[in-house]
Design a protein around this ligand. Sequence first.
Ligand code: MGD
Ligand code: MGD
Ligand code: MO
Length: 764
Amino acid sequence: MEPRVGPRPEGEPFFHPYHHPAAGWGAAKSVTKFLVRERALDGPRAIMKMNHENGGFDCPGCAWPDDTKGLRLDLCENGVKHVTWEMTHKRVGREFFAAHSVSELFEWSDFALEDQGRLTEPMVYDAESDHYVPISWRDAFALIGRSLRELDDPDQASFYTSGRLGNEATFLYQLLARELGTNNLPDCSNMCHEASGRALAASLGTGKGTVDLKDWDATDALFVIGVNAASNAPRMLTALADAYRRGAQIVHVNPLIEAASRRTIIPHDFVDMAAFHATRTGTLNLQVRVGGDMALLRGIAKAVLDQSESDPKALDQEFIDRYTTGFEEYRKVCEATPWEEIERQSAISRADLLHAARIYREADRSIVSWCLGVSQHEHGVDTVREIVNLLLLRGNLGREGAGPSPVRGHSNVQGNRTCGIDHRPEPAFLDRLGEVCGITPPRAHGLDTVGTIAAMQRGDVKVFVGMGGNFALAAPDTRATYEALRTCDLTVQVSTKLNRSHLVHGRHALILPCLGRTEKDHQRCGIQSTSVEDSMSMVHLSVGMKKPASSHLLSEPAVIAGIARAALPDSTTPWAWYVEDYDRIRDTMAQVLDGFEDFNRRVRLPLGFRIRQPARELVFRTPSGLAEFSSAPLPDVVPPPGTLALGTMRSHDQWNTTIYSDNDRYRGVKNLRTLVFMNPSDMRERSIEEFDPVDITSTAKDGSTRTLNGYLAIPYDLPRGCAAGYMPEMNVLIALCDYSEQSDQPLMKHIRATISRSAGPAAS
Ligand SMILES: Nc1nc2c(c(=O)[nH]1)N[C@H]1C(S)=C(S)[C@@H](COP(=O)(O)OP(=O)(O)OC[C@H]3O[C@@H](n4cnc5c(=O)[nH]c(N)nc54)[C@H](O)[C@@H]3O)O[C@H]1N2
Ligand SMILES: Nc1nc2c(c(=O)[nH]1)N[C@H]1C(S)=C(S)[C@@H](COP(=O)(O)OP(=O)(O)OC[C@H]3O[C@@H](n4cnc5c(=O)[nH]c(N)nc54)[C@H](O)[C@@H]3O)O[C@H]1N2
Ligand SMILES: [Mo]
């Protein structure tokens, strides 16, 4: 049994469906409790500086863009928690590590590990005592440098990025890897939106969405697919409520009816708060089968095409003729897909599909927005391409209020890719990088997240560097990932807080503590700022304002430069000079990266700048030079008899592997994370009652099975044949070989599972 992830519950497991509006007083109460617990009572002062038009730091929470109206204090419960989590007064020093061995700490919950507070000084693993002991920065860098230099091949090292690394550090990090000679740059995006990037690039010649918040403000119909916005992008609630007030249609597509699809009270609407006045945030809910989104989208497209026979305005034929290719083939595929198949695969009735199609047809401008409910599937790429197909039918691209709008996760995950974190880099990018930086970048594709773990298993990766994140816990196949990390010669984790990845380590291991985004970054030429890019391609500066948690912390650029200088003694890259003044990094980036011309000036404009999106201007960098319809066949996603399609997701009170409590407010759950939400009929069929302990067994593509015992069953309103539970606990069930052939993403939203009543006790 794996150690517990969440804290020790404060009471008995509790479940009762939640009927209050999202955000509002529930959020305010939860924030207050959290501020008190973290003893971060200067939190509110810091929060006033967050996401500010001029200066201030970027919320390290999600990648939802800042409100461009400037005046509103646009923040959310989870953003506040995220910032206070970093600003906690608690500290982990050398005494802590002296008092607790690594084996002891391994038994602690993940909550308890992070709850110890901020890391304060570099530590190295001492195998003899099984403790982490202090090490100087210089010796730490020397150890990494030596380990990297001793490798037979630079491809024996792998450099992971979690999506909050700022753009400047990102650029230095990929430069380090490529100067060493490897494209092994796995990142959290490999588990997150890889499918979206690949699909958008294939269809439109850009890996990103094309809309911004102004478009959200102007659209007539919003389709929100596979995202739990109230918890994971709470500032979207503002946009949804505004859209509803304007009279826009808002269609939510999700197996679960999530809080954001109902009503909200926006915390910064003080009058609404005082009056308990809630605004609706949805006009139609479609409870799609897990993995059934492509069928649903095809159903809408088919209805629109049917309608076009009698109503020529149903399609934007002029747009289709002028800007797209592949339409006739797509029309044929839609015609050839029978309604019965669409209904069976999507679990949505034809009547509901026609209703959604009418909304889409009657809207002048539509936006389709999506997140992990779409991307973390075997057919994630085809599904995102189907989203684009649907948009193209009515020319919903390249004009105000219309287009695709993926919701990114980590605050700078999009910027990481823009700035070079890519295990499959474009040759043109490598050419420019080589030319400007005077290096010879490797050309062969590198390893992604799953590829890195598999290479460790084979003994092919020996040095692992984690630049933020919690690789051990976030990656699939927990037990296999642990074993893989333990085969490494050296594991290095650059982190702000203690986590599982420090305790699942190689023969040698380092914990390198770094500054957080809220903290002042003092370098030779003064206080430094870093830039980030949000979900809508806006790039802006972030400047920390807090005194660093410890005087021994280094910034991420300084850590990377330290490693580079030790690993590449003959490097002509001016690593130390770059770190003295990040403007110098930005000047180099301006020469290498598309859309970053005049970077230093433009990033200092009050709201930063938007990276040009060719597809937004109807310029398509595809082989045909046009937007390309795709005509993929519908996959069969109906689970075989007796099995369920089990998806993993976040609770309200967690940030990926960081767990704040055992509660999931909007789903009505308290004091419980080891649960599985099931359809009541599926429970009855298996003689399972509410809170019964159950065993969950997954079957992988290679036929191997994995089991979690003693999870508690919770009856929930979701389609038959579907079930859901929490990440990261359920990563135990996802085999390493269970990744999408289209995107290489682990199948985190579709585990083939059987569930039965346990003979044993409940998991604790
Ligand atoms: N507070 C908070 N904010 C976060 C995060 C966090 O952990 N906490 N994580 C950040 C990160 S890295 C990311 S990537 C995002 C993640 O944001 P989300 O994508 O919202 O993340 P999940 O919790 O995985 O929820 C996925 C949603 O998809 C639905 N779903 C599951 N399967 C399907 C399906 O087959 N079809 C459809 N249509 N829907 C489905 C689930 O019911 C759920 O509502 O949030 C970011 N923001
Ligand atoms: N089963 C399942 N698994 C999933 C998912 C899922 O839906 N289901 N979602 C996947 C997704 S979308 C993602 S993005 C990944 C997330 O994977 P990761 O990004 O690897 O994980 P996080 O939990 O976000 O990382 C938390 C850690 O980051 C460190 N940290 C925080 N702030 C900073 C900082 O400023 N600098 C540095 N250097 N470190 C910092 C802290 O030490 C903290 O412990 O998980 C993936 N795993
Ligand atoms: Mo993510």
